[in-house]
Every structure is written in C-alpha cells, then in structure tokens.
Design a protein around this ligand. Sequence first.
Ligand SMILES: Cc1cc2nc3c(=O)[nH]c(=O)nc-3n(C[C@H](O)[C@H](O)[C@H](O)COP(=O)(O)OP(=O)(O)OC[C@H]3O[C@@H](n4cnc5c(N)ncnc54)[C@H](O)[C@@H]3O)c2cc1C
Length: 499
Amino acid sequence: MSTKITEAVEVIVVGAGGTGLVLAAELALAGVPAVVLDQLPCRNPQSRAGAIQPRTTEILQLRGLLDGVLERSVDRSSLGGHFAGLPVPLDYSVWDTRYPYPVSLPQDRLEELLEDRLTELGGRILRQHRLVALQQGANGVTATVTSPDGTRSFHGRYLVACDGAHSTVRKLTGAAFPGQAGTIRSASADLVLTGDIDDSARHISGNIRTSPQGYFTLLTPLGDGLHKLIFSGPQTSQADRDAPVTIEEVRAVLHATYGTAVDVAEVRYASRFSDASRQLEHYRHGRVFFAGDSAHIHLPAGGQGLNLGVQDAFNLGWKLAAVVRDGADERLLDTYHAERHPVAARVLTLTRAQGAIMGPQRDGGLSELRDVLTDLLGLPEANRRLAGMMSGLDLRHPMPAAADHPLLGLRMPDFDLLVADCRVRFSELTRTGRGVLLDLGDAPVTDAAPWSDRLVQVRAKTDAIDAESVLVRPDGHICWAGGTGLADTLTHWFGPAAG
Ligand SMILES: Cc1cc2nc3c(=O)[nH]c(=O)nc-3n(C[C@H](O)[C@H](O)[C@H](O)COP(=O)(O)OP(=O)(O)OC[C@H]3O[C@@H](n4cnc5c(N)ncnc54)[C@H](O)[C@@H]3O)c2cc1C
C-alpha cells in the first residue's frame, strides 16, 4: 500500500476518547485547523468512568455543557464524594462551588455529548485511522496512519497524544513511563441483571463490598435496566488483560456477593484493568504533548482518570490556540507540564492510598486504619482537604508576570455578577473560549484594548471578589487581579498586542 499525500493541519490529535474530544473542541472553538485520528470504527460503547467531579463540571459549564451533562446523567440527586469508600461523605460545598457533588454520568454518554459538540463546532474525527508511525522535524510532526483507504499521513505543527493507557505515541517517541506495575487485575462489566438485588447494593456510590471468598465489588445502576459491576476476585485477579470477561465469571461474583436471588442475563460490554500506577516524566516531547491516560494511569479509585484527562485537555487546548493562532511565545506551552504534571502526581498518590485502604485484606491492621481514617474524616479541616483534592476544586497554578494577589492562580467560581443591572453567571461570559477581564471597580481598565480580539471585557458588580479587576484565563484560572503588570500578563498568556 502506498502512502497518500500528506494533509496539513495545525494540530493532530490522536485518540477520540474524552481527552481528545475536549482538546479538539477547544481547538475548534478557537478556529484552529485540527484533525482527530482514532483507530476505532465508532465510540467505545462501554460505560467505564461513572463520575464527573465538581471541577470537571465547572469547566464543562464554562463552555455551556452542563445541561447536556445533566440530561444524560443517571440520577440528578446530589451524591456525596467519598475517599476509599469510607463511610463519611466528602463535603464539596466548602469549596465555594455551584456544583458541590459528583455527577453520575457514564463515560460513553459524556463522549457522545463531546462528540456532538465537536461536530457542531466543525471539528473533524477520522475513525478507523490507526497511528503507526511518527516523525518529528524542526517545524512539525508527521503522523502516519493506516485507514480503510490505505496508508495516509498528516502533518501538523503539534501533535497531542490522547491515545489512552497503551499509547502508541508513547511507544513511538520512546517516552519513559515510570511507576509501579499492576499487582491485581479487576474487571468492569455493563450487565443486564435479573432477580432481586438487595437495594443497598445499588446505591450510586460507596457501596463497595468485600466477601469472605475474596471478592471485591462495586455495583452501580446505569439506567434502562443496565448495571455496571466493577469486581475483582480469585479468578479475575489472575486473568490476562485481553481475556474475555465471561458470563460464568460474573455470575460467580454476583452469587458470592449478593446471593443467588440475583442473576445475569447478559454481559453487554466488559473489559479488564489493573492497579498499575505510572506517569510520564515530561508531558512534552518537542512538538508532541501527552494528555489523559497516555500521560498517567492509576487504579480507578474515587473516579479521577477521565476527570484528569478532560482537565489536561482544557488546560492545553487554549494554550495551543494562543501559540498557533495569536503568536503567543512558544514557551507558553511549557506551562502545560508545569501546571498539570503535579496534579496527576497527586492523584497517583491518592489512588494508591485508596487501593491500599480498600483492599479486601482484613489483617495487618487495615480495619483499624479504616476506623482511624473514618474518624479523621469527621474533622472539618481533614474533610475539606480531601474534598478539595478529590473534587479538583483546590487547584491553584503559579502565575508569572502578574502583581502578587491572594486570588492569583485560583479558579474563578461560577459566581453571579451584576452586568448592566442584569444577573449574569460568570460561566455565561466564557462560552467563546476567550479570556475574561472583569472590571469590578469604578474606573475601567483601559490598557487591555490591544488584546480586545482575545478578551471579553465586562463591567460588573459582585461582593464575592475582593479585587478592583480580575483577568481570567480561558480555562477559568485567575491570572491577574489588579495592580501592575497587566500588559506583561496579557502578552504572556494571550500573545503580543494587536497592531
Ligand atoms: C472500570 C473503570 C472505571 C472508571 N471510572 C472512572 C471514574 O469514575 N471517573 C473517572 O474520571 N475515570 C474513571 N476511569 C478512568 C477513565 O475511563 C480513563 O481515565 C479515560 O478513559 C481516559 O480517557 P482518554 O481519552 O485519555 O483515553 P481513552 O478513553 O482510552 O481514549 C483513547 C482513544 O485513543 C484511541 N487510540 C489508541 N491508540 C490509537 C492509535 N494507535 N491510533 C489511533 N487511535 C488510537 C482509542 O481508540 C481511544 O478511542 C475508569 C476506568 C475504568 C476502567
């Protein structure tokens, strides 16, 4: 098969999972020519991730996607967050958010929403396009794919690897992926169940069960009679990664854990995963960036992986647009690694800790450790700390080039603002993906005019923000809060002044 003509784009995105779709949508919103390449013929229909954490909800709402999320969610009642399934809910409301609960949204439905949005924005996904080779040069990256039309190649100024835990880009670039190998294998299966399930087994979160036979299960309803069962057990923990999950294996788990009154009629989709915990040392390799599971993998404890990927993409997308479209300094792209690498490193620590605490072992003082931690979670400050980490609401990024201020680097909550006597939510100002400059004092900021094509500048009133004016990046983080240095800050994050 001969290689077809190379097609030129600005950014090549490899992988159309949640990470790749968010990244591509941000690029499409900014009008940056990009293409998404995915090896699969259609979206992965398996539910997999089930929880959207509060910071992810906030960023989805920054682009007006919350209604779509709630329409597709399994249950709109407020769920508590949890740490390691311990019986004290994490209280997210102390973090000044409009969305203080995880939303129960199966991953396939989030991906459907994101794909619809990408299509609406004119973005392009090429399915059955499997990346097989990669070449970096001084000016860009060439990606070679196999497709139903034969071998094709694409040239982009940048390539972003969103190709998941077994990333081909990682292998092709030789990027080291240090960490811990998996010690146990578990499985996740979307099931049609029959018979009676003890109602306490189907609560949406915190229903982790262990059985004397060594089974560990978490059962959640997906709606329309479907359930997701995450499980490990004597047979499962030794299975090969690619071994099919059988109906007999699932039945044995169900009967051992919930009794024989419940049975499985159909295993609709299933896959295996492990507790391997790894992270790239560098998220940038020349003109190639890594985001989502291609950059970090861990046990899916506490519902973090997809959230991390979506947030990685949301951090990187507008920065790529600023460089490609607005001529921002290339070094802006290094802030992606600087800001996002520590976040995933912390999640790896938290998931390993939870894996240890949630394990089925009862010896070695683990029960006592659970009791101690449960007690500590009752303390407001301990609960707040973990709630901030698990929800992603405590993130604060370093903000160079700005005058010091206590708000710098923090996320901007979705406050109500009074704009020309109308009540407006902050998230209504961010739909276009531009930065937002809020004039909250008496004198409007005038020196941002040369960046007006990249900013939404609004005179507003609110008691919630203690500053005369704030500049908020497209990803919702405050990068300037009055004082000196506005022009430098604008140049740093948004590129040089126009004209
Ligand atoms: C049982 C389970 C439960 C989970 N629960 C949660 C949860 O509650 N909350 C949470 O946040 N996370 C959860 N996760 C983790 C979550 O599923 C992953 O973190 C998420 O899928 C990562 O998204 P991604 O887009 O980075 O990668 P993926 O979803 O893996 O997408 C990668 C894409 O790249 C494509 N691709 C791969 N190789 C190539 C190639 N060579 N060429 C072209 N395309 C390629 C694939 O086809 C795929 O579409 C869970 C995971 C499991 C297994």
